[in-house]
Design a protein around this ligand. Structure first.
Ligand code: CA
Ligand code: CA
Length: 581
């Protein structure tokens, strides 16, 4: 036997024994997820979150033959918003659904292999629908977060619970809706609950056991913790300096929730988590920048220290959050990150040191700041754009109402954008809307809404709210845009086949030309799409999948906008497509 043949046989043997004996998903496989086309192992199709696939079988010339091959219903009497990105590995699809459910499905046939329904208590307090955005894979486990703030790890083959950990107290407003992130062999998760005055943080755990390794609060003044192998807790350095950017005791209920999870770049060794609003929304109660709220926080994964932070909305008074995903990419020999912030500005930031490289609006109307100072990295505020101080209003009850744009639902919300290294463009699902917003007095009460603000959302245009935009991060130029009547709330996928895929609340999964935005294909999924599509290949065949099921924050919080979309029907299913012959 010659050496080449022996090597080939050996690699086949090693390859097959790998999955057969349950070594399962490894760190090397997760680090390589964006390049490996035969699986989807992470939220973002690669931890860098570019949502770009090198696959080309489905392309601008062939996409007209894209045809559904199966669909599976999530069933149940309860439906609501389905924001999940599926994962694909070892012949199985793992997809989460509303109300903390997860399904394993045979990818070839669409046959349900198992289902896990988390038993939720009555008192859960998700602010913005009962959604879940996806799971993580590690070893033979599939891991996801629940609406009562637990993490559950299940055996990929059987669906049996291997470990379950309580992250925090749901009665205080904690919940989990984001997909967990795996980086350097650790499971990294955040928490939701910024509307209830919780304390935002990132936690690192051993993914195989659920045991804590470190925690990092994302509010300035809190002490980080680390844990040894026996679970013994010790201090891991304070986050910033107590009272440097928060007055008095307010940092103790300061929100800054890490509700959309994070991304990770192996070339920097850093995990990037967005943080939500400082609590309460009424900014007059908390003079100062209120770190690390409405920021991107870059964490050294090994130590749990904050390596850098960049605050997009210092002293946020509009619930602009800052949770949006940080997508790393190469430009001019530098590793940068792109972020389309809820506040309406697109930021390009050095992924190694947090220095601002570029910032420009990606929506048409912004009322709170005129621009971002590229030297200092700070916004040039429009003072009249901030809702008034209620203590200075009539009888101290309500401050001056202002019209603010974007609305608090943001220029972009949870729906992830995509970046193509081929076109060097970001594809951003944006929305054009504004709000009347005013402040009211408020005090913290455990488990109570901690806003001190009221609001009504309004569309800015008669004919559209959503706009999918192709944006050049170097120049800030919009190369093309596609308007959409309803607000866009799903995510985006782009491929080397020259395509951009995205879903609409009106129910369509669409494919458009990545260079021009020309619509090439669409399919009606039967309910609104508020989730990001994926693609992968098996053998010689490329597949596309997307979850369908209208819901999320828009119909719950949307004011005039909710009236505009109230004809849309709920649902809950996953669709898979391939080219017909
Ligand atoms: Ca992959
Ligand atoms: Ca918020």
């Amino acid at each position: 036997m010659n050496k080449i043949l022996m090597g080939a046989l050996l690699s086949i043997f090693v390859g097959s024994s790998f999955s057969a004996h349950g070594a399962g998903v490894t760190d090397a496989m997760i680090d390589n997820d964006a390049a490996s086309t035969n699986d989807v192992l992470s939220w973002g199709i690669g931890t860098e979150a570019q949502r770009f696939s090198p696959l080309t079988q489905i392309n601008t010339k062939t996409v007209s033959k894209l045809t559904p091959i199966w669909s599976l219903s999530f069933g149940g009497e309860k439906q609501r918003g389905q924001e999940s990105q599926p994962l694909v590995y070892n012949g199985k699809m793992f997809v989460t659904a509303s109300y903390s459910r997860i399904f394993a499905i045979d990818v070839k046939t669409g046959t349900k292999l198992w289902k896990y329904e988390h038993r939720l208590p009555d008192g859960i307090m998700p602010c913005c629908d009962v959604v879940n955005r996806g799971a993580a894979l590690y070893g033979n486990l599939v891991i996801f977060g629940t609406l009562d703030a637990q993490l559950v790890a299940l055996d990929q083959d059987t669906g049996k619970v291997v470990w379950k950990e309580k992250v925090d107290d749901y009665a205080a407003g904690y919940s989990i809706s984001a997909a967990p992130l795996i980086a350097k062999g650790l499971l990294l998760t955040g928490v939701s609950g910024g509307e209830f005055g919780i304390v935002g943080r990132v936690e690192a755990r051993n993914p195989m056991t659920g045991q804590l390794v470190w925690t990092r609060p994302t509010i300035e003044g809190y002490m980080g913790k680390k844990y040894d192998a026996d679970g013994k807790e010790s201090d891991n350095g304070i986050s910033g300096t107590t009272n440097a950017t928060w007055p008095g005791e307010l940092w103790k209920t300061g929100g800054s929730s890490t509700w959309l999870g994070g991304s990770y770049d192996k070339s920097t060794g850093l995990a990037y988590f967005g943080t939500g609003n400082p609590a309460p929304w009424n900014s007059h109660t908390r003079p100062g920048d209120n770190l690390y709220s409405s920021s991107t926080v870059a964490l050294d994964v090994t130590t749990g220290q904050i390596k850098w932070s960049y605050q997009t909305t210092p002293h946020d008074g509009w619930d602009y959050d800052g949770v949006n995903e940080f997508v790393t990419f190469d430009q001019d020999g530098k590793r940068l990150g792109g972020k389309a912030d809820r506040n309406g500005f697109f930021y390009v930031i050095d992924a190694n040191n947090g220095k601002l490289v570029n910032a420009f609006p990606f929506v048409n109307k912004i009322t709170w700041a005129s621009s971002i100072d590229l030297k200092t990295g700070r916004p040039n505020y429009i003072d009249a754009g901030r809702p008034g101080d209620p203590t200075k209003g009539e009888e101290g009850k309500k401050g001056t109402t202002v019209f603010a744009a974007p609305s608090f639902l943001g220029g972009k919300n949870q729906m992830p954008m995509a970046y193509s290294p081929q076109t060097k463009l970001f594809y951003v699902p944006a929305n054009e809307w504004g709000m009347d917003i005013w402040n009211e007095p408020i005090s913290y009460k455990k488990g109570g809404a901690f806003l001190g603000a009221g609001f009504t959302i309004h569309p800015l245009n008669d004919d559209y709210i959503g706009a999918l935009r192709a944006i050049d991060p170097k120049t800030g130029k919009r190369v093309w845009e596609i308007k959409n009547n309803a607000p866009l709330w799903g995510g985006v996928l782009t491929t080397a086949g020259g395509l951009v895929f995205y879903g609409t609340p009106e129910g369509y999964l669409k494919a458009v030309d990545a260079k021009t935005g020309k619509e090439e294909w669409k399919f009606q999924t039967g309910s609104g799409i508020v989730a990001p599509p994926i693609t992968w290949s098996e053998g010689k065949t490329q597949y596309v999948a997307v979850v369908s099921g209208w819901g999320g924050a828009v119909p719950l919080w949307g004011g005039d906008v909710a009236k505009k979309v109230n004809f849309l029907e709920q649902g809950g299913s996953v669709w898979v497509f391939k080219l017909s012959k």
